[in-house]
Ligand binder design. Structure first.
Ligand SMILES: O=C(O)CCC(=O)C(=O)O
Length: 277
């Protein structure tokens, strides 16, 4: 009856994440870096904006504490085994439930352990003020072992165009790609930007970055070229622990992401769709 998370994504090709290695970034096409953001979806957040990226991405290190990270990891590891969806290169938990095939969320609250104090903390930064429900109503939890990843994709129109990701466990690099529909499908995609997500950080992607680009995580055992500048890490200056990455590489451990979203169409069991704008 319901589609799974993978169906919500719009995959653009189907590479084996473990067969690729990201050590470079693609040259930026003409016009890149000249984003006009007349209606930045988030207003109280400017110190955390990742420079150079299209509008808009924000990175906040240490958004949660070590104790909160541990509590979340404990909750996730206690999730009943049948609740996990096993995908080819990661596993996934979906709260409160998967969307229907027509991308509708059946109205049901998120569990408290996923909401308090994290959603109020995001709201105190004015984060969801422009989303239809004023807060996230859907959380997808991805778990990656070393060597696992997620192919380049976009998150699609089911959601208000914003994702807020809390990272737990190992650091990991998120790659951003041009959509470039004209490319040869055999050709390996090269990221144009790379964002390093430290444990306990919050990454917010929204606006043009949500709608106009793809994102993915390479299935590698070691993230390399961790440094500032072209081909390096776009959020280098915002990292909480630059020192920890001065060797330029980071060996992956288990990494879990909590991706908070606002599903546009919500239905009570009676079938009435609420919350559309
Ligand atoms: O794990 C991540 O940070 C990325 C997850 C992702 O791309 C997604 O859930 O759509």
């Amino acid at each position: 009856m319901f589609s799974f998370h993978r169906d919500l994504h719009v995959p653009v090709d189907n590479p084996d994440p473990s067969s690729t290695s990201s050590t470079t970034t693609a040259p930026h096409p003409p016009g890149f870096g000249t984003w006009e953001c007349p209606l930045s979806p988030v207003s109280d957040f400017n110190d955390s904006e990742i420079p150079e990226l299209p509008c808009t991405a924000y990175y906040i290190p240490n958004f949660i504490t070590v104790a909160e990270e541990q509590q979340l990891l404990n909750r996730i590891s206690n999730a009943p085994k049948p609740h996990w969806t096993h995908l080819s290169h990661r596993r996934l938990l979906t709260y409160p439930s998967a969307l229907t095939p027509s991308n509708i969320l059946l109205n049901s609250p998120l569990p408290l352990w996923l909401t308090a104090p994290y959603i109020p903390r995001m709201q105190s930064l004015n984060l969801w003020s422009r989303s239809p429900h004023g807060q996230p109503n859907h959380v997808l939890i991805n778990e990656y072992r070393p060597g696992e990843g997620i192919m380049p994709h976009e998150d699609g129109p089911a959601y208000h165009p914003m994702v807020a990701t809390i990272s737990l466990g190992s650091p990991i690099v998120l790659d951003i790609y041009e959509k470039n529909e004209m490319r040869n499908p055999e050709e390996k995609r090269i990221p144009i930007w790379r964002i390093l997500q430290e444990p306990r950080s919050l990454l917010v992607t929204t606006g043009e970055l949500y709608t106009g680009f793809l994102h993915g995580v390479e299935g590698v055992d070691v993230d390399e070229q961790l440094r500032p500048g072209q081909g390096g890490i776009a959020n280098w200056e915002l990292l909480g622990d630059q020192e920890g990455f001065v060797a330029g590489r980071s060996t992956r451990g288990m990494r879990t992401s909590l991706t908070y979203r606002d599903v546009l169409r919500v239905s009570n069991l009676g079938g009435k769709v609420l919350g559309r704008r």
